[in-house]
Design a binder for this molecule. Structure first.
Ligand code: CP
Ligand code: NVA
Length: 342
């Protein structure tokens, strides 16, 4: 398999995502039993972070360490990406030193430019447009908790931001009904929704035009949902809009009265960091429906599986069943599942 990147979830086929999930499950179980594998021995991951991070940075660094490799963290001040030197020069340079790059930045175009110019995998560790590693973790966590994905209703309350977009993309492909309640002016664009409906075509049982539902009413979105999800009203890079956003989003909070509208036993998720008292209340975040810290933990297991998959795809270390590349039958498979069979 040739060089692969993870700039957004569409870079992985449905079968590859399933493969990443199964590797993550295996790695999670192995870690719990105290088993270690040095699959990434001698490999280095560069982490370029132009925005702050706790979970993404730490989970990637721990993932590399647990798999026998190492990582180098480069903050905005170290790199000054695109200012001190061109993005493509950074990509060419790092390709000569490291085996993969995780990049957290602003414009999605920067992630894509890095990928076009790199000879090692580029992983989007969050851009203004997408957060694919988070959404992969979230679906993995939902299936771990509820035993399935297809046919569930995932209701996102708040800003149609990077996390919401990646969740919407993956939901369409897994036959999850994705509802999003956002105020006017902060909703998903019609072009994006149309793209989702196209991705949802061919998904077993799901009616593509119903896979995504937009509303400005959080109560309507929450009613009967299997999962309620929220994220900050003010993403990194939007700090100047904070005051306006806090007013616009004030009714888009997951609190106990909203949780009561969800399905009995419905779950509450948040990618974190949370602004407690804004998009989610303490009682919900710390309450019995919250699986927020299981989500957080799973970032590590999914990060390990992503690294194993992408670094395994560069060849040279292929071993049947353990090299991080998907089974032969799944290679080059379509991006969307076409039957109900798993
Ligand atoms: N959820 C998430 O990406 O957290 P960090 O910003 O702390 O990495
Ligand atoms: N939407 C948030 C997610 C943080 C993990 C942001 O971009 O700041």
């Amino acid at each position: 398999m040739s060089l692969r990147h993870l700039t957004c979830t569409a870079d992985l086929s449905f079968q590859e995502i399933e493969y990443v999930f199964s590797m993550a499950e295996g790695l999670k179980k192995a870690l719990a039993k105290g088993k270690r594998e040095n699959f990434l021995e001698g490999k280095t991951l560069a982490l370029i972070f132009e925005k702050s991070s706790l979970r993404t940075r730490v989970s990637f660094e721990v993932a590399m360490s647990q798999l026998g490799g190492n990582s180098i963290y480069l903050s905005r001040h170290d790199m000054d990406l695109g200012h001190r030197e061109a993005v493509k020069d950074v990509a060419h340079t790092l390709s000569r030193y490291v085996h993969a790059v995780a990049l957290r930045t602003f414009a999605q175009g920067i992630v894509e430019e890095m990928a076009r110019n790199s000879t090692v995998p580029i992983i989007n560790a969050l851009s203004d447009a997408y957060h694919p590693c988070q959404a992969l973790t979230d679906l993995f966590t939902i299936r771990e908790k509820l035993g399935k994905l297809e046919g569930l209703t995932l209701s996102f309350i708040g800003d149609a931001n990077n996390v919401a977009r990646s969740l919407a993309c993956l939901s369409a492909r897994f036959g999850i009904y994705f509802r999003i309640a956002s105020p006017a002016g902060y909703q998903l664009s019609p072009a994006f929704v149309e793209g989702l409906e196209r991705q949802g075509r061919g998904v077993a049982k799901a009616a593509p035009d119903k896979l995504i539902y937009l509303t400005d009413d959080p109560r309507e979105a929450a009613r009967g949902a299997d999962v309620l999800y929220t994220d900050t009203w003010v993403s990194m890079g939007q700090e100047q809009e904070a005051e306006v956003r806090r007013k616009v989003f004030k009714d888009y909070q997951i609190n106990n009265s909203l949780v009561r509208l969800a399905k009995e036993g419905g779950l509450v998720m948040h990618c974190l960091p949370a602004r407690r008292g804004e998009e989610i209340t303490d009682e919900v975040l710390d309450g019995p429906r919250s699986i927020v810290f299981d989500q957080t933990e799973n970032r590590l297991h999914i990060q390990k599986a992503i690294l194993k998959f992408l670094l395994g795809s560069q060849g040279g270390r292929r071993q049947k069943g353990g090299d991080g590349s998907p089974p032969e039958a799944e290679k080059g498979a379509d991006t969307t599942r076409r039957t109900g069979k798993r």
